[in-house]
Design a protein around this ligand. Structure first.
Ligand code: F6P
Length: 344
């Protein structure tokens, strides 16, 4: 078969490992020809492709980013976008399209299959770990490890200066990275988008802790965290050209308020895209490899409209519709019964 592959949305450690695995099994076990579309749907529209072979993917397992490049944007954004996708697949003789992406890309893949009958297989990707239908997405444990390493380092400098460090991690709609890194790094408090925070309660908690003789605290905040309505004025939201809120900066607002209300010296660390760069953890390399193998197997089962998922320790197939329009929020049992006992 001729199989097209694209990576869409934000990049994520493990993308190259998925591509490599699909190419290795596709070429060696099935005799497939694999073709990469460059820059996501832009490359499909403009027919910018690159051959993907076992040889060309050599050395790519530990490499961050994506060899195919990635973009946001959708063929549904323009009136003739879907026709262009169909025409490209037809003209290049593509029998199947593997879409490796987050919520946005998987929704596009789902519509292309359900409304236009295209032979599509999805592979869920995001460091945010917020895709419904899979227990984990690859890239997540890498981001958690990077955030945890940062928190470990911040403890010593915070203690030396008796400071409150407010660490902003990624997490647009959910606090998976914040919760896991907060537990792993021994944070004082973790603020996540799922639970609006109360700045007064946070300041009181920090004051109680400092009254007990602890003069350094680490507050981990997910970039999408929001205050309880009416409790803290936030800056006006800015949107990018795809209608996504441009996040980043909530930690600064929180840190300034903590400093004003408690008098504690406070500093901000915004980890940003460091969490998405560089080599994947061993766990993410294994998960990505398993997803890549399962995705090319799914192509040969003609399981169109499905995505590969992790359930327990098994890789399974799930309908793309399960992921569309939903967000997998933080496990409240983990947050309420495990994490919050250690945040003090
Ligand atoms: O969805 C993954 C993610 O890393 C979010 O956590 C973050 O809000 C967003 O991507 C950042 O996107 P960009 O690369 O466009 O700044």
């Amino acid at each position: 078969m001729r199989v097209g592959i694209l990576t869409g949305g934000g990049d994520c450690p493990g993308l190259n490992a998925v591509i490599r695995a699909a190419v290795r099994k596709g070429e060696r076990a099935y005799g497939d020809e694999l073709i990469g579309f460059l820059d996501a749907w832009d490359g499909v529209r403009d027919r910018r492709t690159t051959p993907l072979t076992v040889e060309s993917m050599r050395g790519m397992l530990p490499r961050g980013g994506t060899v195919l490049g990635t973009r946001r944007g959708s063929p549904f954004d323009t009136p003739d976008g879907v026709d262009q996708v169909k025409q490209t697949l037809h003209d290049l003789g593509i029998d199947a399209l593997m879409v490796i992406g987050g919520n946005g890309s998987l929704s596009i893949a789902c519509r292309l299959h359900s409304d236009h009958g295209l032979p599509v297989i999805g592979v869920p990707k995001t460091i945010d770990n917020d895709i419904e239908g899979t227990d984990l997405t690859f890239g997540f444990t890498t981001a958690v490890q990077i955030a945890t390493d940062a928190i470990d380092r911040l403890h010593t400098t915070a203690e030396s200066h008796d400071r409150v460090m407010v660490v902003e991690v990624m997490g647009r709609h959910t606090g998976w990275i914040a919760t896991h890194a907060g537990i792993a790094g021994g944070a004082t408090a973790v603020l996540i988008p799922e639970i609006p925070f109360d700045i007064d309660e946070l300041c009181a908690r920090l004051t109680r802790r400092h009254d007990r003789g602890r003069f350094a605290s680490i507050v981990v905040v997910a970039e999408g965290a929001e205050p309880e309505p009416g409790t803290l004025e936030m800056e006006e939201k800015i949107y990018d050209r795809f209608g996504h809120v441009v996040l980043g900066g909530v930690a600064t607002r929180i840190a300034t308020t903590i400093a004003q209300r408690t008098g504690f010296e406070t500093r901000v660390v915004q980890l940003g895209h460091v969490q998405r760069g560089g080599t994947p953890t061993a766990f993410d390399r294994v998960l990505s490899t398993r997803f890549g193998v399962a995705a090319i197997d799914a192509v040969h089962e003609q399981a169109w409209g499905k995505m590969v998922v992790l359930r327990g320790d098994k890789i399974e197939l799930e309908d793309l519709t399960v992921a569309v329009g939903k967000t997998r929020t933080v496990d409240r049992e983990l947050f309420d019964n495990v994490a919050s006992h250690f945040f003090a």
